[in-house]
Design a protein. Structure first.
Length: 133
């Protein structure tokens, strides 16, 4: 997000209008922990562009029939999903970099690189049985 999206500049009445809801609804969402506006030294709420987008997402979910607890859970899962996707993208980038590096250093395609998943069988000699010998 850009700095503008994170800068809390909107008072509650403007934020409510931008999000298409009543200011009291924003207070309820704050009490329920769905949105956390910044506060001025005097204690007044200030909302950012990111907060407005979050309020719009909450509105979408309420329009789909979710209650506030359901919305909270959906938002937790959406955040976790975004985090995991970013982690996966990073892991893919690291893997691609490693492959490029291996290819540039003269690795033979399919010869020097070993798949991570290979079946491995361990054979152990059964303990000898003195009665059978």
């Amino acid at each position: 997000m850009s700095g503008r999206e994170l800068k809390a500049v909107y008072v509650i009445s403007v934020a409510a209008e931008l999000a298409g809801m009543h200011p009291q609804t924003l207070r309820i969402y704050e009490r329920r922990g769905l949105v956390r506006p910044e506060r001025t030294e005097g204690g007044n709420r200030r909302y950012s562009d990111a907060d407005i987008e979050l309020l719009r997402r909450i509105s979408e979910l309420t329009d789909q029939g979710l209650n506030l607890e359901g919305i909270r859970r959906v938002m937790v899962l959406e955040n976790e999903n975004a985090r995991l996707r970013a982690e996966l993208d990073q892991a893919r980038e690291i893997a691609l970099h490693a492959i490029r590096h291996a290819e540039e250093s003269g690795a033979r395609p399919g010869g020097d690189l070993v798949p991570l998943k290979q079946a491995m069988a361990v054979y152990r000699r059964a303990p000898s049985n003195p009665d059978r010998d």
